[in-house]
Design a protein around this ligand. Structure first.
Ligand code: ZN
Length: 153
């Protein structure tokens, strides 16, 4: 990313988070040439990350789906929407730091579990049980629906 002050392309990302509308990633960058900081907004679609499922099929990464899975795991738990957004942002920056164009669905699942485990044990157990059953992040939402129905009855 070219620095708006000195025009050098020599920066380091110092913070990365989801913008308020959820459609962009806001990055704080430090220019290593002039030491000034600047902010960039990048649309998520730009990177067009693909998720590789266990059967090898590649599907577009779907933030709404990931968020919805986490949200359902956190249903009726003392977890705010902000905390959920933070979990999504942490997972995405982890993925970005490790992968370029494709991420294994198992990695996503494990990353979600790690985030949930740190925040709420019940939500973690819900998600983990669905994860083991379905073994695919794309199927989590359906499975979580079933589990929440059982808990309610
Ligand atoms: Zn600079």
């Amino acid at each position: 990313m070219r620095c708006p002050f000195c025009r050098e392309d020599n920066d380091k990302v110092i913070d990365s988070r989801t913008a308020q509308d959820g459609a962009a990633i806001r990055r704080r960058r430090l220019c290593l040439s002039c030491n000034r900081r600047f902010t960039t907004y990048e649309s998520v679609e730009k990177n067009a990350l693909k998720v590789v499922k266990r059967d090898g099929v590649r599907v577009p990464y779907d933030r709404a789906k990931l968020r919805s899975g986490i949200e359902k795991a956190c249903w009726k738990r003392p977890i705010s929407a902000e905390q959920i957004d933070e979990m999504v942002a942490r997972i995405e920056s982890l993925v970005e730091s490790k992968f370029d164009a494709e991420v294994d669905s198992r990695f996503l699942g494990e990353a979600v579990m790690e985030q949930l485990r740190a925040v709420d044990e019940i939500a973690y157990i819900r998600f983990a049980s669905v994860y083991r059953q379905f073994k695919d992040v794309q199927e989590f939402v359906k499975g979580l629906d079933a589990i929440l129905k059982t808990e309610q009855s």
